[in-house]
Design a protein around this ligand. Structure first.
Ligand code: C2E
Ligand code: CA
Ligand code: CA
Ligand code: CA
Length: 278
């Protein structure tokens, strides 16, 4: 039995070793990806329910690896985070969004807003967000054309650095969304400490949403709470008309998900938006 246990142990070690090796290779490729122009952005509409207007979109990063093809962000974002590469990548994203905003605003109105994901490390150290005017960002657009999506884990420490960051964004007019809302382990106390504009109800609450379900009760409660605190609500991962109707009945302000459209490159996104409006 002991020998067998040792055997299992070795197999386990080998798996960990293997995974570490894969991550190193991925990290090395990731380092080259910016220079080789392997990244591109996709936009997913966030639809205002009362007006059915496309006021907002979430921008998501895509990596087309020369051999592997599309690599999922779930796989490479953690590696980018560990290696620090997330910082230059994040700046590239903001510059690209700044360029794309010309066409987005021309097509969808001057108030159009792009929502950008920021990991905790990016949120605190992104130079372009720190000093957008110096970096050239937002020269020709307004602060409200940008929203930053962060997760609850960011707020748990409630450190002075995090509070400063919120103040800086507020001064610039950039809004803040709390992503994956309801999945964190922290308390709700931070909602009164931080100036948050939107909560995004996580897909896990939406997935099995039906009339009379406990998820319906949870969604309704989240909407009531958010509205009382002056925040707007976005539901993400909405795939069916039933889910939308339940969320709409709960008073959810915005809906995002495959029901409307998957994330698409800018040209296709604009074509989709024109059809949706037409
Ligand atoms: P997230 O921020 O929660 O993004 C939502 C994810 O759900 C996206 O996956 C999106 O394509 C997917 N999605 C949208 N609608 C539906 C739907 O109706 N059904 C289902 N099943 N999925 C839907 P994606 O693009 O693979 O991104 C995964 C995660 O990677 C993101 O989760 C985010 O945490 C991270 N990520 C993506 N782009 C960036 C980025 O530019 N910066 C950072 N820091 N993280 C990013
Ligand atoms: Ca997000
Ligand atoms: Ca999310
Ligand atoms: Ca998520």
């Amino acid at each position: 039995a002991k020998a067998q246990a040792r055997g299992h142990h070795r197999a386990y070690d080998a798996r960990i070793e293997q995974r570490a090796r894969e991550r190193r290779v991925l990290g090395a490729d990731l380092r080259l990806a910016l220079d080789r122009h392997e990244f591109y952005l996709v936009y997913q509409p966030i639809v205002h329910q009362r007006t059915q207007r496309v006021d907002k979109a979430e921008v998501l990063l895509r990596w087309k690896h020369p051999q592997r093809g599309l690599v999922s962000p779930a796989e490479f974002i953690p590696v980018a985070e560990e290696t620090g590469l997330i910082l230059p990548i994040g700046e590239w994203i903001l510059q690209q969004v700044d360029r794309d905003l010309h066409r987005l605003r021309a097509a969808l109105g001057d108030a159009f807003q792009v929502s950008v994901n920021k990991s905790p490390r990016q949120f605190l150290h992104d130079a372009a967000l720190q000093q957008p005017r110096e970096s050239g960002l937002l020269k020709e657009h307004q602060g409200h054309n940008l929203c930053v999506e962060i997760t609850e884990s960011m707020l748990m420490e409630a450190s002075a650095a995090v509070k400063d960051k919120f103040m800086q964004l507020r001064d610039l007019g950039i809004q803040v969304s709390l992503d994956d809302f309801g999945t964190g382990y922290s308390s709700l106390a931070y909602l009164k400490v931080f100036d948050i504009d939107f909560i995004k109800i996580d897909r896990s609450f939406v997935k099995n949403l039906s009339v009379g379900s406990s998820d319906q009760a949870l969604c309704e409660a989240m909407v009531v709470m958010a509205h009382k605190l002056g925040m707007k609500v976005i539901a993400e991962g909405v795939e069916t008309a039933v889910q939308r109707d339940v969320l709409d009945g709960a008073g959810c302000d915005y809906i995002q998900g495959y029901l409307y459209s998957p994330p698409k490159p800018l040209d296709e996104f604009l074509q989709w938006a024109a059809r949706h409006a037409g």
